[in-house]
Design a protein around this ligand. Structure first.
Ligand SMILES: Cc1cc2nc3c(=O)[nH]c(=O)nc-3n(C[C@H](O)[C@H](O)[C@H](O)COP(=O)(O)OP(=O)(O)OC[C@H]3O[C@@H](n4cnc5c(N)ncnc54)[C@H](O)[C@@H]3O)c2cc1C
Length: 485
């Protein structure tokens, strides 16, 4: 029996899709840059069915590619154009919020739950699941765990890794590991969940998780600030941290070009301030209690900063609608950039104190390759995470592609080499400042060459040993995360 027929027997014919119209959306990434053929899309409804799919694929030697919301920005969730076509395994039928324990501050959810659904369910119980990012309306909790997603509240609450207490995972031999602990303390040897968090589907299929919850803030103060330089933004960050301590929940920075692209390309978005400032910062304080003390606190900080010449303009959100509108601008950056042209997204992190030097150095390195190329900067500044994005209009990108053979993935011809050179230039600058090329999006396929370039050989060898131990046949997500040995 062939693998598709066998899968249909195991999980039901209607849960195994092969029609081109069903596969179209799952075989191409969110930005339309990467695509490749799949054998089929399997949609199991339980962990047992996931295990049956994995065992069947292992028997047939067919790769398994787990896919969440398919919002990966590094080509991690779609098949390669060459090599054996995988079974794409989707958990969209595993979306239950199984339990919320407000006393233990935990919730247990199936991995196919959309992140926004998890946030809403926690909020309905008076709790906060703090991981928040622009794709939260479509990415799944399993995908965020598999990539150890960051987002806009890492500064206060940590990455996804800090907000996961337990996991259920289907292993390569079909064993279901049930590690859904809801414990803050558990020193019983190796903490296995951490192997799977950030493993990008290469070690097992995450089918459920126990998440850590926090008190739901009841008050928020949000401001949008225009500034002259990243140095000034860092000074302001230090001041806000000094005065508001843990109440600071976000400190995000974008450059002028990024703001203009959002305003020009995403309907309904407006600049929160009338300003020619080169740098724009969104600050959020949050807290529990009532009253407008938080607004007053942020206003006082901004007035002092204004008096000291640190900022040129600022607007404090005066209503829930204004707060929402400011966040909408920030969360629209990826959509705007996708519509506006081709951005070569990078995902660096450097020590906070090195951020201005990184932005200066990366700009110079990019301009040494392509003079005057526009660059977009989107920074989770509070985390030292800078998406430094060399940016081409569609016309400029087409012109850059003359000559050479392409890979058919949107970076074809001479553009492959150019894109690689530009990314290396930016990532070299991060490495020089003791930073990383991959802060939150993961490695996927886009960053494979960087893994070889920057990861110490000893670390790669250890990672290969882990992969060999957990997935000796190499069926999970081949060609992702780990460069060939
Ligand atoms: C508009 C936009 C904004 C974004 N903003 C941010 C941001 O601020 N911070 C950030 O960190 N990322 C961001 N991202 C990237 C992306 O949303 C995250 O990486 C997210 O965590 C991916 O989740 P997903 O469910 O879409 O996973 P997918 O893209 O489907 O998959 C990502 C990887 O996880 C694996 N995987 C998926 N589900 C499972 C599972 N159940 N078990 C095992 N492996 C699995 C896949 O094989 C793949 O390797 C953004 C993306 C977009 C489009």
């Amino acid at each position: 029996m062939d693998v598709i027929a066998e899968l249909a027997g195991l999980i039901g014919a209607d849960a195994v899709l092969t029609a081109p119209s069903d596969l179209e959306a799952v075989t191409e990434d969110w930005r339309g840059r990467y695509r490749g053929p799949a054998l089929c899309l399997a949609r199991p409804a339980t962990a047992e069915q996931v295990a049956a799919v994995v065992r069947c694929c292992a028997r047939h030697g067919v790769p398994v590619l787990p896919q969440g919301g398919n919002t990966s920005l590094c080509g991690g969730a779609v098949p390669s154009e060459s090599g054996p076509a995988p079974v794409i395994l989707s958990l969209t039928r595993m979306r239950a919020v199984r339990a919320i324990d407000p006393v233990n501050n935990t919730m247990e959810v199936e991995a196919g739950c959309v992140l926004a659904t998890v946030q809403d369910a926690a909020a309905a119980a008076g709790r906060l699941y703090p991981v928040s990012l622009g794709a939260e309306g479509s990415c799944q909790i399993g995908g965020t765990i598999a990539t150890n997603a960051g987002g806009t509240s890492v500064l206060r609450y940590g990455n996804t890794r800090e907000n996961v207490l337990g996991l259920e995972v289907v292993l390569a031999d079909g064993t279901i590991w049930s590690g859904l602990y809801g414990l803050r303390k558990n020193n019983t040897g190796y903490d296995l969940k951490h192997l799977f968090i950030g493993s990008e589907g290469t070690l097992g299929i995450i089918t459920a998780a126990t998440l850590k919850l926090h008190p739901l803030p009841t008050r928020h103060a949000v401001a949008w600030v225009g500034m002259a330089s990243p140095e000034d933004a860092l000074t302001l960050l230090t001041r806000v941290q000094g005065r508001s301590a843990a109440r600071l929940s976000a400190f995000e920075m974008i450059n002028r070009l990024q703001l203009d692209l959002v305003v020009d390309h995403v309907p309904g978005r407006r600049s929160p301030i009338e300003s020619e400032a080169e740098w724009h910062v969104l600050i959020e304080l949050s807290d529990n209690g009532s009253g407008d003390a938080l607004d007053a606190e942020l206003q006082a900080i901004l007035e002092d900063a204004f008096a000291d010449g640190l900022l040129s303009d600022a607007a404090l959100a005066a209503s829930e609608a204004q707060r929402h509108a400011m966040w909408e601008v920030r969360h629209s950056v990826s959509e705007a950039n996708k519509k506006a042209g081709v951005g070569l997204t990078t995902d660096c992190a450097v020590p906070l104190s090195a951020v201005p030097a990184f932005i200066r150095g990366a700009t110079a390195a990019v301009h040494a390759l392509v003079p005057d190329l526009p660059v977009i900067v989107v920074a989770h500044l509070g985390d030292g995470n800078v998406h430094f994005i060399p940016f081409f209009t569609f016309d400029a990108w087409a012109a850059a592609g003359k000559g050479g053979a392409g890979n058919g993935n949107g970076e074809g011809g001479g553009r492959d080499a150019l894109a690689a050179a530009l990314r290396h230039a930016v990532n070299d600058e991060a490495a020089r400042l003791k930073g990383t090329f991959s802060a939150e999006h993961g490695v996927g396929r886009v960053q494979l060459a960087e893994m070889e370039r920057y990861k110490p050989a000893a670390e790669l060898a250890l990672m290969r040993a882990v992969k060999q131990a957990l997935d000796p046949q190499g069926i999970f997500n081949p060609g992702r995360l780990l460069p060939p040995g």
